[in-house]
Design a protein around this ligand. Sequence first.
Ligand code: ZN
Length: 372
Amino acid sequence: MKTGYVFDESFFWHDNGTGTLYLPSGGYLEPDVFVEHPATKRRVNNLLYKSGLMDQLQILKPERATKERIETVHKQNYVDYVKQLSDTTGGDAGDHAIVGKGSYEIALLSTGAAMKAVDAVMNNEVKNAYSLSRPPGHHAEPEMGIGFCIFNNIAIAAKYAQEKYGLKRVFILDWDVHHGNGTEKIFYEDDTVTFVSIHQHLSFPNNTGYADHVGSGKGEGYNINIPLPAGTGDAGYIAAFESIIAPIVRDFKPELILISAGQDPGMFDPLGRMNMTAKGFGEITKIMLQLADEVCDSRIVFVHEGGYSNAYVPFCTLRIIEEMSGIYTDVEDPFTGSQAPDVLNIVQKEAIDQVIKIQSKHWSCFNEPSLK
Ligand code: ZN
């Protein structure tokens, strides 16, 4: 079976307008390109074609999610507000969540793309699937859009998978450099979805993502935040995956793994301060694929989130899809060697140990004596 790849030309037509980094232009902010714009993701597509990998993927066409489906997560008045903005003047649907002309329909399609990837994996049409869509979703909360995210694609897809396929346990990993506050909020009191966000500590949103935010009520222990210090590179990420994420996946035994794949921990990202390389993205992908093989018949879906380096996101995403498909192109990372010396330093180690200490109250895997 092939790896599924979901995309639609419409995703490159969602228009955030002119901007200066993430702000609307005006005053002393000379108009520039808004930081979340089509080129980064179009260039992912282009590199997949140029490398020849696209020809070996199973291309899947998404359909728009219904309004009712969006409302399994979002409040009706918010959904109506997005449609109204999209039909008229456009504008901000919350906190830096720009809706352009026609963005409502594109956002429905973006959610539908994540659902299509879930369907293809659950029905064994593909070995795994990657959804490359805009707008992204993981910051979007039930009542408002945040950080370029309009509808929370992965959260809606997780609930869809539970409803349609009767899944009892879904695992969501969010490796975008920014905290997955929206997904956290949606599942905070839910014990059927374990949510892990590994992110740069206090980057965005600027007061969420703390390690001691562990969920509440029935969901206590099912929310895991791994806030890492700025500058963490491949070594620190791999250590966190091996010592926190892998044991929790084995303990939780999900029936489906969903990944919020934001490639903004990449070393050149304008909105992140991490040092991940394309090779590192390949390594963490490999870890998650192996876990999916172990616990859930290889059922794993990747949903694109952030990533703002036009130059580097395509190389990181290509490496991820190479690992997923098991097909390795002759594309090498042209930026190899640009990274700072990459070792797990004491500050990163302490951040990881702190998460383990907090989560050991909830997960027995951290209390068993080491076999090493
Ligand atoms: Zn991000």
